[in-house]
Ligand binder design. Structure first.
Ligand SMILES: Cc1cc2nc3c(=O)[nH]c(=O)nc-3n(C[C@H](O)[C@H](O)[C@H](O)COP(=O)(O)O)c2cc1C
Length: 145
C-alpha cells in the first residue's frame, strides 16, 4: 500500500506574474529532483492564488515531505485535506506533474467549500479528479511535443 496526501494552500506570490513563474519553476525543479530520489510522485494544481497538491509514496516519505512543505514561505494557510491508503499510484509517471497552463480562472474556495459540512470526503475526490483531468491534458500536450 502507498499513502496519498492531499493539501491545499494559498500562494504568497502571484503565479501569473513573471517573477511568480520563476518561483514556480524553482518549486517544480526541486520537487522533481527530490521526489524521484525519495520514490515520491504526485501532481501540483496551480491556481491564480492557490495550490492543491497530491503527494503519493511510502507513508514516511510522504509525511516527511509534507512537514517540509508546511514551512515553505512561498505559500501559507496550508490545509491538510486528507490522507488515504491506496493500492496503486495515480500519478506514478510524474515525480511531480503540474498543470500545463495554470488554472488561473478556477477559484479554489467553491471547489473546497461546496459540501464540506455534509461530505468530508468530497474535497479529496474532487481534487484528485481535477488532478487526473489535468494529468491527461499534460499527457496529450507532451504527446504533441
Ligand atoms: C506548493 C509547493 C509544493 C512543493 N512541492 C514539493 C515537492 O513535491 N517535493 C519537494 O521536494 N519539495 C516541494 N516543495 C518545496 C519544499 O517546500 C522545500 O522547499 C524543498 O523540498 C527543499 O527543502 P530543503 O530546503 O529542506 O531541502 C514545494 C513547495 C511548495 C510551495
Amino acid at each position: 500500500m502507498i499513502t496519498q496526501l492531499v493539501y491545499t494552500s494559498s500562494a504568497t506570490f502571484d503565479p501569473a506574474s513573471e517573477e511568480g513563474s520563476l518561483h514556480l519553476a524553482e518549486i517544480l525543479e526541486t520537487a522533481r529532483r527530490h521526489n524521484s530520489q525519495a520514490g515520491l510522485s504526485g501532481f501540483l494544481l496551480v491556481g491564480g492564488d492557490w495550490f492543491a497538491q497530491v503527494l503519493e509514496g511510502e507513508a514516511a516519505a510522504v509525511t516527511g515531505l509534507f512537514r517540509r512543505i508546511l514551512f515553505d514561505r512561498r505559500h501559507m494557510n496550508v490545509r491538510l485535506i486528507e490522507t488515504r491508503a491506496a493500492r496503486e499510484r495515480l500519478f506514478g509517471e510524474w515525480a511531480m506533474g503540474s498543470t500545463v497552463e495554470p488554472l488561473y480562472h478556477m477559484p479554489l474556495q467553491p471547489m473546497i467549500e461546496a459540501s464540506l459540512p455534509r461530505r468530508l470526503d468530497f474535497p479529496f475526490d474532487r481534487i484528485i479528479a481535477c488532478a487526473l483531468r489535468e494529468a491527461q491534458r499534460l499527457r496529450e500536450a507532451s504527446a504533441k511535443g
